[in-house]
Design a protein around this ligand. Structure first.
Ligand code: SF4
Ligand code: SF4
Length: 204
């Protein structure tokens, strides 16, 4: 085989990579736009003293949040100031995910609302895949004492639709779909679903 053949193949791989990068960037941008609706009218943080934004546990432990696979590379790299990289050699995570970024909120500037990660946008919903079908769920085990969980009928439909559509966008990225599938299986095994929303209605 000539070198020429190899060169052509390399060129092809590079062009695919560039196209994939542009596609993934566009997917994250679209998902951030769709997932930009408040859960209820007003600022829910005032109801709970911004519990899910707290920076420390009562024990003093510093709290951060995990980004999705590729969310650092495609969005957060430009704004995050403080983070740790957690490797799958040490931390428990889906085997095909080699590392996850664990970021800390801005100390000086406070919340960069336009850049808040997907995890901040989607909560209290989590994405769920079962038998290939997508839904949004609210987990039974909650680490935040979120008052919104007691007033689900008041959640804005625009929030629910935006989160639903946003996850459908994000699932076009294979490693994110894999990540969702992994945690969905864990959730099913642990019987950790309290409420479930699918195809424009609550089914549980
Ligand atoms: S814990 Fe619930 S009410 Fe409080 S800021 Fe988070 S989502 Fe809003
Ligand atoms: S990024 Fe903003 S919304 Fe998210 S936890 Fe930090 S302060 Fe709260």
């Amino acid at each position: 085989m000539s070198n020429k053949g190899n060169k052509n193949r390399k060129k092809h791989v590079n062009r695919d990579e560039i196209e994939e990068e542009g596609l993934y960037e566009a997917i994250f941008k679209r998902a951030y736009e769709l997932m930009n609706q408040p859960v209820v009218e007003g600022n829910c943080g005032e109801l709970c003293g911004y519990h899910c934004c707290r920076r420390k546990e009562s024990t003093g432990e510093r709290l951060g949040m995990y980004l999705l696979p590729l969310e650092f590379e495609y969005v957060q790299k430009a704004v995050v100031k403080s983070y740790e990289v957690h490797s799958n050699l040490i931390y428990d995570m889906p085997p095909k995910v080699k590392k996850l970024y664990y970021i800390f909120c801005h100390e000086e500037t406070g919340c960069l609302r336009d850049f808040r990660p997907v995890q901040c946008r989607t909560y209290p919903f989590e994405p769920h895949l079962e038998d290939g079908e997508f839904s949004l769920v609210i987990e039974r085990d909650q680490i935040h004492d979120c008052p919104l969980l007691k007033s689900i009928p008041e959640w804005r439909q625009a929030f629910i639709d935006g989160i639903y559509e946003g996850w459908l966008e994000l699932m076009k990225i294979p490693i994110i779909k894999y990540h969702i599938g992994y945690y969905s299986r864990e959730r099913i095994e642990e019987n950790n679903i309290e409420k479930q929303y699918k195809d424009h209605q609550w089914i549980r």
